[in-house]
Design a protein around this ligand. Structure first.
Ligand code: SF4
Length: 254
Protein backbone atom coordinates (compact mmCIF):
# COMPACT_ATOMS: atom_id res chain seq x y z
CA UNK A 1 0.00 0.00 0.00
CA UNK A 2 1.31 3.45 -0.93
CA UNK A 3 2.26 5.48 2.09
CA UNK A 4 1.15 9.11 2.03
CA UNK A 5 3.19 11.47 4.14
CA UNK A 6 1.68 14.85 4.79
CA UNK A 7 4.57 16.85 6.14
CA UNK A 8 3.33 19.86 8.09
CA UNK A 9 6.54 20.96 9.82
CA UNK A 10 9.97 21.17 8.29
CA UNK A 11 13.26 22.91 8.70
CA UNK A 12 13.32 26.25 6.83
CA UNK A 13 15.83 26.35 3.95
CA UNK A 14 17.58 29.29 5.59
CA UNK A 15 18.55 27.14 8.60
CA UNK A 16 21.89 25.43 8.84
CA UNK A 17 21.57 21.64 8.83
CA UNK A 18 23.40 21.25 12.12
CA UNK A 19 22.97 24.13 14.49
CA UNK A 20 23.44 24.32 18.23
CA UNK A 21 20.54 26.08 19.93
CA UNK A 22 22.26 29.08 21.55
CA UNK A 23 19.42 30.63 23.55
CA UNK A 24 18.10 30.08 27.08
CA UNK A 25 14.93 28.00 27.55
CA UNK A 26 11.82 30.09 26.82
CA UNK A 27 13.74 32.82 24.98
CA UNK A 28 11.79 34.59 22.24
CA UNK A 29 14.71 34.87 19.82
CA UNK A 30 14.37 31.31 18.49
CA UNK A 31 10.73 31.91 17.56
CA UNK A 32 11.43 35.21 15.81
CA UNK A 33 14.35 33.77 13.85
CA UNK A 34 12.15 30.89 12.75
CA UNK A 35 9.44 33.31 11.55
CA UNK A 36 11.95 35.34 9.53
CA UNK A 37 13.33 32.16 7.95
CA UNK A 38 9.83 31.01 6.98
CA UNK A 39 9.00 34.41 5.49
CA UNK A 40 12.20 34.56 3.40
CA UNK A 41 11.42 31.11 2.05
CA UNK A 42 7.76 31.92 1.28
CA UNK A 43 8.74 35.14 -0.52
CA UNK A 44 11.40 33.26 -2.52
CA UNK A 45 14.18 35.69 -1.53
CA UNK A 46 16.23 33.48 0.77
CA UNK A 47 19.14 33.18 -1.67
CA UNK A 48 19.52 36.91 -2.15
CA UNK A 49 19.13 37.99 1.47
CA UNK A 50 21.92 39.55 3.54
CA UNK A 51 21.47 39.95 7.30
CA UNK A 52 23.30 42.39 9.53
CA UNK A 53 23.55 42.21 13.29
CA UNK A 54 25.42 44.13 15.96
CA UNK A 55 25.80 43.01 19.59
CA UNK A 56 23.53 41.18 22.03
CA UNK A 57 21.84 37.80 22.11
CA UNK A 58 20.55 38.72 18.63
CA UNK A 59 24.02 38.13 17.18
CA UNK A 60 23.38 34.41 17.59
CA UNK A 61 21.43 34.43 14.32
CA UNK A 62 24.66 33.22 12.74
CA UNK A 63 24.25 29.93 14.64
CA UNK A 64 20.95 29.30 12.81
CA UNK A 65 21.11 30.93 9.43
CA UNK A 66 22.78 29.75 6.31
CA UNK A 67 22.73 33.32 4.97
CA UNK A 68 25.34 35.97 4.26
CA UNK A 69 25.65 37.86 7.55
CA UNK A 70 27.61 41.05 8.18
CA UNK A 71 28.58 41.98 11.74
CA UNK A 72 28.55 45.56 13.03
CA UNK A 73 29.65 47.49 16.12
CA UNK A 74 27.11 47.74 18.93
CA UNK A 75 23.99 49.50 17.63
CA UNK A 76 25.44 50.14 14.19
CA UNK A 77 23.70 47.42 12.17
CA UNK A 78 21.39 49.95 10.39
CA UNK A 79 24.44 51.89 9.10
CA UNK A 80 26.14 48.74 7.87
CA UNK A 81 22.90 47.53 6.29
CA UNK A 82 22.57 50.92 4.57
CA UNK A 83 25.97 50.45 2.97
CA UNK A 84 25.21 46.87 1.94
CA UNK A 85 21.87 47.83 0.36
CA UNK A 86 23.28 50.85 -1.47
CA UNK A 87 26.12 48.76 -2.86
CA UNK A 88 23.81 45.87 -3.76
CA UNK A 89 20.29 47.27 -4.26
CA UNK A 90 19.05 43.99 -5.75
CA UNK A 91 19.64 42.18 -2.42
CA UNK A 92 17.15 41.89 0.42
CA UNK A 93 18.84 43.39 3.46
CA UNK A 94 17.68 43.29 7.04
CA UNK A 95 19.03 44.07 10.50
CA UNK A 96 18.27 41.76 13.41
CA UNK A 97 18.62 43.59 16.72
CA UNK A 98 17.54 43.63 20.34
CA UNK A 99 16.22 46.68 22.19
CA UNK A 100 19.54 47.20 23.98
CA UNK A 101 21.20 47.41 20.58
CA UNK A 102 18.59 49.21 18.45
CA UNK A 103 16.75 51.36 20.98
CA UNK A 104 19.44 52.14 23.54
CA UNK A 105 23.01 52.10 22.24
CA UNK A 106 22.10 52.48 18.56
CA UNK A 107 18.88 54.49 18.58
CA UNK A 108 20.53 57.39 16.77
CA UNK A 109 21.54 55.12 13.89
CA UNK A 110 18.07 53.59 13.74
CA UNK A 111 16.31 56.96 13.64
CA UNK A 112 18.54 58.35 10.89
CA UNK A 113 18.15 55.19 8.83
CA UNK A 114 14.38 55.59 9.10
CA UNK A 115 14.60 59.30 8.27
CA UNK A 116 16.66 58.56 5.16
CA UNK A 117 14.04 56.05 4.09
CA UNK A 118 16.61 53.35 3.43
CA UNK A 119 14.91 50.49 1.65
CA UNK A 120 15.86 47.92 4.28
CA UNK A 121 14.01 46.08 7.05
CA UNK A 122 14.76 46.10 10.77
CA UNK A 123 13.41 43.38 13.03
CA UNK A 124 13.88 44.52 16.62
CA UNK A 125 13.30 41.98 19.39
CA UNK A 126 12.26 44.05 22.40
CA UNK A 127 12.64 42.12 25.65
CA UNK A 128 13.03 45.32 27.69
CA UNK A 129 16.51 44.59 28.97
CA UNK A 130 20.14 43.85 28.05
CA UNK A 131 19.82 40.07 28.15
CA UNK A 132 23.32 39.11 27.02
CA UNK A 133 25.19 41.10 29.66
CA UNK A 134 23.09 40.09 32.65
CA UNK A 135 19.67 41.74 32.54
CA UNK A 136 20.50 45.44 32.94
CA UNK A 137 17.81 48.05 32.23
CA UNK A 138 17.48 49.23 28.64
CA UNK A 139 15.74 52.30 27.25
CA UNK A 140 12.55 50.25 26.82
CA UNK A 141 12.36 48.80 30.38
CA UNK A 142 8.96 49.61 31.81
CA UNK A 143 8.39 51.62 34.98
CA UNK A 144 8.62 49.34 38.00
CA UNK A 145 10.61 46.70 36.10
CA UNK A 146 13.24 45.06 38.28
CA UNK A 147 16.53 44.68 36.45
CA UNK A 148 20.19 44.29 37.44
CA UNK A 149 20.53 48.09 37.40
CA UNK A 150 17.08 49.00 38.75
CA UNK A 151 16.92 46.73 41.79
CA UNK A 152 13.88 48.49 43.26
CA UNK A 153 12.14 48.75 39.90
CA UNK A 154 12.58 51.39 37.19
CA UNK A 155 11.75 54.79 38.65
CA UNK A 156 10.97 57.64 36.22
CA UNK A 157 12.58 60.18 38.57
CA UNK A 158 15.92 58.36 38.42
CA UNK A 159 15.91 56.69 34.98
CA UNK A 160 13.30 58.53 32.93
CA UNK A 161 10.45 56.95 31.00
CA UNK A 162 10.66 54.02 28.57
CA UNK A 163 11.24 54.71 24.88
CA UNK A 164 8.33 53.61 22.73
CA UNK A 165 10.40 52.63 19.71
CA UNK A 166 7.68 52.03 17.13
CA UNK A 167 5.79 55.24 17.95
CA UNK A 168 9.02 57.22 17.48
CA UNK A 169 10.13 55.47 14.29
CA UNK A 170 6.65 55.97 12.81
CA UNK A 171 7.22 59.74 13.09
CA UNK A 172 10.13 59.49 10.63
CA UNK A 173 9.04 60.46 7.13
CA UNK A 174 11.19 57.74 5.53
CA UNK A 175 9.43 54.90 7.35
CA UNK A 176 6.87 53.10 5.19
CA UNK A 177 5.77 50.33 7.56
CA UNK A 178 6.04 50.25 11.35
CA UNK A 179 4.35 47.67 13.57
CA UNK A 180 4.66 46.31 17.08
CA UNK A 181 3.77 42.65 17.59
CA UNK A 182 4.40 40.17 20.39
CA UNK A 183 4.98 36.47 20.83
CA UNK A 184 3.23 34.96 23.82
CA UNK A 185 0.59 32.68 22.23
CA UNK A 186 0.03 30.78 18.94
CA UNK A 187 -2.31 33.53 17.70
CA UNK A 188 0.15 36.32 18.51
CA UNK A 189 2.93 34.39 16.77
CA UNK A 190 0.79 34.15 13.61
CA UNK A 191 0.20 37.91 13.72
CA UNK A 192 3.92 38.53 14.24
CA UNK A 193 4.68 36.49 11.14
CA UNK A 194 2.16 38.50 9.08
CA UNK A 195 3.86 41.75 10.12
CA UNK A 196 7.35 40.42 9.37
CA UNK A 197 6.18 39.24 5.97
CA UNK A 198 4.64 42.60 5.18
CA UNK A 199 7.85 44.39 6.16
CA UNK A 200 9.88 42.30 3.70
CA UNK A 201 7.20 42.71 1.01
CA UNK A 202 7.51 46.49 1.37
CA UNK A 203 11.25 46.23 0.87
CA UNK A 204 10.77 44.02 -2.20
CA UNK A 205 8.42 46.68 -3.62
CA UNK A 206 10.97 49.42 -2.79
CA UNK A 207 8.53 51.36 -0.61
CA UNK A 208 11.01 52.58 2.04
CA UNK A 209 12.16 51.64 5.53
CA UNK A 210 10.18 48.89 7.23
CA UNK A 211 10.36 48.18 10.94
CA UNK A 212 8.83 45.46 13.10
CA UNK A 213 9.25 45.50 16.87
CA UNK A 214 8.61 42.11 18.43
CA UNK A 215 7.91 41.99 22.17
CA UNK A 216 9.49 38.71 23.27
CA UNK A 217 10.42 36.92 26.47
CA UNK A 218 13.80 36.98 28.19
CA UNK A 219 13.14 34.64 31.14
CA UNK A 220 16.78 34.74 32.24
CA UNK A 221 17.03 38.53 32.37
CA UNK A 222 13.61 38.84 33.96
CA UNK A 223 14.39 36.08 36.50
CA UNK A 224 11.12 34.35 35.62
CA UNK A 225 10.18 30.85 34.53
CA UNK A 226 9.37 30.64 30.79
CA UNK A 227 5.60 30.43 31.35
CA UNK A 228 5.69 33.29 33.87
CA UNK A 229 7.58 35.34 31.28
CA UNK A 230 4.72 34.94 28.79
CA UNK A 231 2.25 36.14 31.43
CA UNK A 232 4.54 39.09 32.20
CA UNK A 233 4.40 40.11 28.53
CA UNK A 234 0.61 39.92 28.46
CA UNK A 235 -0.12 41.49 31.85
CA UNK A 236 2.62 44.10 32.16
CA UNK A 237 4.69 44.89 29.08
CA UNK A 238 1.82 45.19 26.61
CA UNK A 239 0.16 47.80 28.83
CA UNK A 240 3.11 50.09 28.04
CA UNK A 241 4.30 48.86 24.65
CA UNK A 242 0.90 48.51 23.01
CA UNK A 243 0.42 46.38 19.92
CA UNK A 244 -0.51 48.23 16.75
CA UNK A 245 0.41 49.10 13.19
CA UNK A 246 1.76 52.63 13.58
CA UNK A 247 2.44 53.34 9.93
CA UNK A 248 1.47 51.74 6.66
CA UNK A 249 2.27 53.82 3.58
CA UNK A 250 1.23 51.45 0.81
CA UNK A 251 2.19 53.78 -2.01
CA UNK A 252 5.74 54.29 -0.63
CA UNK A 253 7.44 57.28 0.95
CA UNK A 254 8.12 59.30 -2.22
S1 SF4 B 1 19.58 36.19 28.09
FE1 SF4 B 1 17.43 36.55 27.52
S2 SF4 B 1 17.50 37.21 25.35
FE2 SF4 B 1 19.49 36.26 25.84
S3 SF4 B 1 19.28 34.11 25.22
FE3 SF4 B 1 18.75 34.22 27.41
S4 SF4 B 1 16.51 34.50 27.47
FE4 SF4 B 1 17.21 34.99 25.38
Amino acid sequence: MEQVINRVFKRPIAYKKDYNYPFCGGCGHGVVLRLIAEVLEELGVYEKTIATASVGCSINLDKFYNLDIVGADHGRAPCVATGVKRAKPDKIVFTYQGDGDAATIGFNELVHTALRGENITTICVNNTNFGMTGGQASATSILGQITATTRAGRDAKKSGFPIKISEMIAKCDGAAYVARVAIFSPQSIRKAKEAIKKAFEYQIKGLGFSFVEVIAACPTGWKLKPVEALTYIKDEILKVHKLDVFKDVKEGIV
